[in-house]
Design a protein. Structure first.
Length: 423
């Protein structure tokens, strides 16, 4: 089949898009990806066998506004719809694969016009994600931006929920990343069970494994990003989080409990790998670290190239997925969970349903009540003072990935969906 993917972001890099495209190409499908244009990227190029077509921004604010308003009001973006329609027609595409909710109705609009099936790839409960993202907004920034005012006014969360319901009912097939997400689409959106499949954010074992990076560093084969940030895995107990910073990530509980951890494990260090923004939330989070008096035991790495992230995980003693309890976190699973497990690291997770199910069933690390700083501290103290138990839980996680939570299985689920669509 010729599969036209639509991604309303830049590419590369997007881990899920890359894994899916590789899996489909390995099964003999051709993949073309429409994505957002970047100033330093060509309009068209081949990336790892994917025909990438970048859709340029409208340079004029005056001409851009009517299209933006049409998208906000009708949920079909005219510029993206035109680009997708051209790509489908030019290529005689057999299917459209849309990543993330904002472009699904644009995809189904073109799919209906061209009589092409549409797969909606939804890795999170987007309306509830919007609710969490807006908690980070500074009202002054919103009020100074006409586009943000329009977004808040025309698309409150309750309207996003109506868009979600319409989109998943219009799509020919819906992908989600967790069983709890599938339940959400069945129970809350009224989708037929046979049209919703779980294709997880599991780890590609061949591409994500840097447990031996320190040996590579010693041989001079690769630089050491861990040492470059002043971290000493031999002398410190490294507690690591990788990814974005937002209220629903639940890191506040770890920060609040960290002083108690230091009483028993004074060599503990909290390593936060990723860009902690200078927005209202980012500043409040840094202030929280200062108020707890742990600035000298917390490392903010800032943005790190994706290729370097596994080295930080490999150097760690324990890794974190302490999600807050929200309708968003209750229906999704992050890539990082399976990356941590595959690297053999015990995972401190909160008891939101998807995390508790996987980490708890695998006995891959402590599962604590969401937002409980005392429980976070106690769990980290146990791991920091009992390395044999920490190693056991880490190996349990790796074994669970080896047996079940790996991309090989999810890739086959994806290919099966397209086999059925092609019949």
């Amino acid at each position: 089949m010729r599969i036209c993917m639509l991604l309303w972001k830049e590419f590369p890099a997007d881990v899920r898009v890359e894994k899916e495209a590789r899996a489909l190409r390995a099964a003999g499908h051709d993949v073309r990806l429409l994505c957002r244009a970047e100033p330093d990227r060509p309009r068209r190029e081949t990336v790892d066998g994917i025909d990438v077509v970048r859709v340029p921004h409208d340079p004029s604010t005056l001409s851009r506004w009517p299209k933006t308003l049409q998208h906000l009001l009708a949920n079909v973006h005219p510029r993206w719809a035109a680009a997708l329609d051209d790509a489908v027609a030019e290529w005689d595409a057999d299917a459209i694969h849309v990543h993330d909710l904002p472009m699904v109705l644009t995809g189904t609009h073109v799919g209906d016009e061209r009589d092409v099936p549409v797969v909606a790839d939804l890795h999170e409960n987007y309306p509830e994600a919007i609710r969490q993202w807006r908690r980070m907004d500074d009202p002054r920034d919103v009020l100074s931006s006409p586009s943000r005012i329009a977004e808040y006014t025309l698309r409150p969360v309750r309207r996003w929920k109506r868009i979600e319901r319409e989109a998943v009912q219009e799509a020919d097939h819906v992908l989600t990343v967790a069983a709890e997400g599938r339940d959400h689409y069945l129970d809350d959106c009224g989708v037929a069970a046979e049209t919703v499949s779980v294709v997880g954010n599991t780890v590609d074992r061949d591409r994500y494994d840097r447990r031996n990076y320190r040996e590579q560093v010693a041989r001079g084969e690769t630089p050491d990003p861990v040492a470059q940030h002043g971290l000493d895995p031999d002398e410190e107990f490294l507690v690591t989080y990788t990814g974005k910073f937002a209220p629903h990530r639940g890191l506040e509980a770890v920060v609040d409990g960290f002083p108690d951890l230091l009483d028993d494990v004074p060599e503990a260090r909290l390593v936060l790998v990723g860009k902690a923004g200078t927005d209202q939330y980012g500043e409040a989070f840094r202030e929280r670290v200062r108020e707890r008096g742990i600035e000298d035991r917390v490392t903010f790495t800032g943005w790190v190239d994706f290729e370097a992230v596994p080295a930080f995980v490999a150097a760690s003693d324990v890794c974190l997925v302490p999600h807050a309890d929200t309708p968003h976190t209750a229906t999704t699973l992050p890539h990082k969970l399976f990356q941590y497990m595959w690297m053999g690291k015990p995972v401190l997770a909160s008891d939101v349903p998807p995390l508790e199910r996987i980490v708890g069933d695998a006995d891959a690390g402590p599962v604590i009540p969401a937002g409980d700083a005392d429980a976070a501290a106690d769990a980290l103290v146990e791991l920091g003072t009992d390395p044999e138990e920490a190693a056991r839980q880490g190996e349990n996680g790796r074994a669970a990935v080896e047996a079940q939570y790996h991309w090989g299985r999810d890739a086959e689920r994806l290919r099966a969906i397209y086999r059925e669509l092609g019949e």
